[in-house]
Write a protein that binds this ligand. Structure first.
Ligand code: ITT
Length: 188
């Protein structure tokens, strides 16, 4: 079964494919849909729906929108829904520098990643949420993954997501937790 994921982010697509090996995961890139989707929702749910709805309307395929981000309680929840463009548009380094700068004086380094998935297919609209809790480092470490991975150490671990092999991140990540719920739904 094909599932179209409403993203151009190849890291996301690959992570989802690795977690759902029995499904054929395609992305907007495979459909040559390069129009910018305006993510102007005020929540992860709203943005996930905007992405899924766009894909479903364009292709008629069951479509999954993934909206994710890093939430830092000491920063009143920022970068949150603004994670992708916090300092510069998908400029992972600049975004990290901004978060670490704002956290300079903070000893409360708790944070979590969240993913909200929205599935839209004929007559259906379903949501699945996953989180992973952890702490923020004082400097980036590791080259793997993407986004804020170099500054996030998941709970009960001593290395950042960017230092872990993909398979290890994909066992415990926010995206994995949301996709497990999605899989349970597909199997039910
Ligand atoms: P699409 O909208 O095309 O799916 P995107 O990268 O813009 O791709 P989001 O709107 O969900 O995705 O933005 C999420 C941002 O949050 C992303 O750019 C990263 O900076 C960060 N992020 C999301 N998941 C992450 C992960 O697993 N590890 C590290 N950072 C992540």
């Amino acid at each position: 079964m094909e599932i179209l994921v409403a993203t151009h982010n190849q890291h996301k697509k690959e992570e989802i494919q690795q977690i759902l090996p029995d499904y054929n995961i395609t992305s907007l890139t495979d459909y040559d849909l390069f129009e910018e989707i305006i993510e102007d929702g005020d929540s992860f749910e709203a943005n996930a729906k905007i992405k899924a709805k766009y894909c479903f309307e364009k292709t008629g395929q069951p479509s999954l929108g993934d909206d994710s981000g890093l939430v830092v309680p000491a920063l009143d929840g920022r970068p949150g829904i603004y994670s992708a463009r916090y300092a510069g548009d998908h400029d992972f380094k600049a975004n990290i520098v901004k978060v670490l700068g704002e956290m300079e004086d903070s000893t409360d380094r708790e944070a979590y990643f969240i993913t909200v998935l929205c599935l839209i297919s004929e007559g259906k609209e379903e949501y699945f949420e996953g989180r992973v809790y952890g702490t923020l480092t004082y400097k980036p470490s590791g080259e793997k993954g993407f986004g804020y991975d170099p500054i996030f150490i998941p709970k009960d671990h001593s290395i950042t997501f960017a230092e872990m092999p993909a398979e290890e991140k994909n066992k415990i990540s926010h995206r994995a937790n949301a996709l497990k719920k999605f899989l349970d739904y597909l199997k039910a």
